[in-house]
Design a protein around this ligand. Sequence first.
Ligand code: F3S
Length: 89
Amino acid sequence: THVVCKACFGCKHTDCVVVCPCDCFHEGDQMLYIDPDACIDCCACSSECPVEAIFIDDAVPADQLAFIQLNAEMVTQTPSITQKKKPLV
Ligand code: F3S
């Protein structure tokens, strides 16, 4: 699966959501999350993100490994997002 990591926090550009073919993204207050059960590893989102916040799980930086579990947990508590919106910054 792909994972939204630290650079998304406080940012939420949302370029990622419009290219996702399986509507994997969920929106929290400060960042987005990817549903690991829905992601097919198409890799479309990671190159769209202007701040390079999205990694495939195997490539998540060592200091951001907690985001793997965070994404999995937060998608159960946050609404789906499929439309681009104004970023936080
Ligand atoms: Fe966040 Fe990048 Fe998407 S900043 S909302 S992961 S385009």
